[in-house]
Design a binder for this molecule. Structure first.
Ligand SMILES: CC(C)[C@H](C(=O)O)[C@@H](O)C(=O)O
Ligand code: SF4
Length: 472
């Protein structure tokens, strides 16, 4: 048999029909839904008088528009978002689709909620009207975002007309140095290959550095692969991934463990499988990274300087640097370290899981938020929040002057009222630093949770490695 990549195996096992050279009808094991991209899809179904094919293989979460005030019931006041949430509830009730509604203690961001309850299993195809569905690749499940018309297609048939992607492999060997994380690694990779560097590809990550990552760190990596344009990200499931899933999937443990393990053991690229493009990186080269511009690939090591467009040949590349510098208000060639921030946001589907909060709390413990800085932590889900509170992390943050808020997307894209004021600079653990992403004319610097925590306590972009040694 021709050797196949993991991606090809996942596609093959989900192909219902081949449509032409490039397209096939793909079966989707799980469809995640949010309030934001689903209403029109349900309206489309209604117009045609169609039902939902397999309601139990869908899951809905109110994630983007939900308010995150530290305490109290979550009442959505703004009219349009309130309508989106109430429509989602009505649609789920009508069609028998499970929903984590606004007042559900387990509510959170879809990409955090689904895996933590064992709903993502190796070998699955998972789709959602949301680009960061690539997160599920951390468990060897092919996840990707779809558009609203496709959401309708999936609701009606549990299948999707799918255009094949190409195979890319990114190998990372070596060890991540102290003070660096999967976030720094992925920012470095995106910086090197570019925001379109994986466009059209499904990326398989492998290598000793990837093997050494915790499952939560793998979520961070796969989550951000889409910021390099990837149509999916995959890591072959190993013992750590399988343990993670089995701990959360009592149904498999009860009746399916043996066949599941046998199937999961096949989920890796064959030795001679061909990847159209391969990249290699050394984890030892990774330093804490910070974005300076308005695209995730406009990123540098914290001890490096912002690029100088005059050293670039005239043309589109130079113009994009100039434009980004104008927006972020940075001078060509300036250091990024020491840049004052007025806001710190620790949250999002990239970096608001328990390990992220622990890493941030480790930096914050015994310190206080710098004067003039507003700092907030928004856990990725109700379960993460409860666990963090059980570990006393909320008290560490609150004692330091952070706001400890309820879960949701929040200031990752500022759709819920958590908006960064114009002209404000934010150290953020999120995944996108586009113009206006966190608020009109507000400026985002992407970084790891530990780096964001360091910025909170110093009031400026700070190399967390030096902070640690100063207090050692
Ligand atoms: C709102 C949603 C469609 C969007 C996405 O697709 O990713 C959002 O989650 C984001 O992060 O920009
Ligand atoms: S946390 Fe941010 S990136 Fe993730 S789904 Fe929500 S808005 Fe999108």
């Amino acid at each position: 048999m021709t050797p196949r990549t993991l991606y090809q195996k996942l596609v093959d096992s989900h192909t219902v029909a081949r449509l032409d050279e490039q397209h096939l009808l793909l079966f989707c094991d799980l469809h995640l839904m949010n309030e934001y991209t689903s209403p029109q899809a349900f309206a489309g179904l209604d117009e045609q008088g169609r039902g939902v094919a397999l309601p139990g293989q869908n899951l809905a979460v109110v994630s983007h528009v939900i308010p995150t005030e530290p305490v109290g019931r979550r009442v959505i006041h703004a009219q349009a978002p309130a309508l989106q949430a109430s429509r989602l509830k009505r649609n789920c009730e009508r069609h028998g689709i499970p929903l984590f509604d606004t007042d559900d203690p387990l509510q959170g961001i879809e990409h955090v909620v689904a895996p933590e309850h064992g709903m993502i299993r190796p070998g699955m195809v998972v789709i959602c009207g949301d680009s960061h569905t690539t997160t599920t690749g951390a468990l060897g499940a092919l996840g990707f975002g779809i558009g609203t018309s496709e959401v309708e297609q999936v609701l009606a048939t549990q299948t999707l007309v799918y255009r094949l992607a190409r195979d890319m492999r990114i190998r990372v060997d070596g060890r991540l140095p102290a003070g660096t994380t999967a976030k720094d690694l992925v920012l470095m990779i995106i910086g090197r290959i570019g925001a379109q560097g994986a466009r059209g590809f499904v990326v398989e990550f492998c290598g000793t550095a990837i093997d050494a990552l915790s499952i939560e760190a793998r979520f961070t990596l796969c989550n951000m692969a889409v910021e390099a344009g990837a149509r999916g990200a995959l890591i072959a499931p190993d013992e750590a991934a399988i343990d993670y899933v089995l701990q959360r999937a009592p149904d498999i443990r009860a009746a399916w463990q043996e066949p599941a393990l046998a199937h999961w053991a096949t989920l890796h690229s064959d030795a001679d499988a061909v990847f159209e493009v391969e990249h290699r990186f050394d984890a030892g080269d990774v330093a804490p990274h910070v974005t300076w511009g308005t695209s995730p690939d406009q990123v540098i090591a914290v001890d490096a300087q912002v690029p100088d467009p005059s050293t670039c040949p005239a043309g589109a590349a130079r113009r994009s640097i100039e434009q980004a510098l104008r927006y972020t208000g940075l001078a060509a060639g300036a250091p990024i370290e020491g840049l004052p921030v007025q806001h710190v946001f620790i949250g999002s589907c990239t970096n608001a899981r328990i390990e992220d909060l622990r890493a941030a709390a480790d930096v914050v413990r015994g310190r206080t938020v710098a004067t003039g800085v507003r700092a907030m932590v928004v856990p990725g889900s109700g379960a993460v929040k409860a666990q963090a509170e059980g570990e006393g992390l909320d008290r560490v943050f609150v004692a330091a002057g952070f706001e400890w808020r309820q879960p949701g997307c929040s200031m990752c894209l500022a759709m819920n009222g958590d908006v960064l004021p114009a002209g404000t600079r934010c150290a953020s653990t999120t995944n996108r630093n586009f113009e206006g992403r966190q608020g009109r004319a507000a400026i985002t610097h992407l970084m790891s949770p530990a780096m964001a925590a360091a910025a909170a306590v110093t009031g400026c972009i700070t190399d967390v490695r030096t902070l640690e040694s100063r207090h050692a």
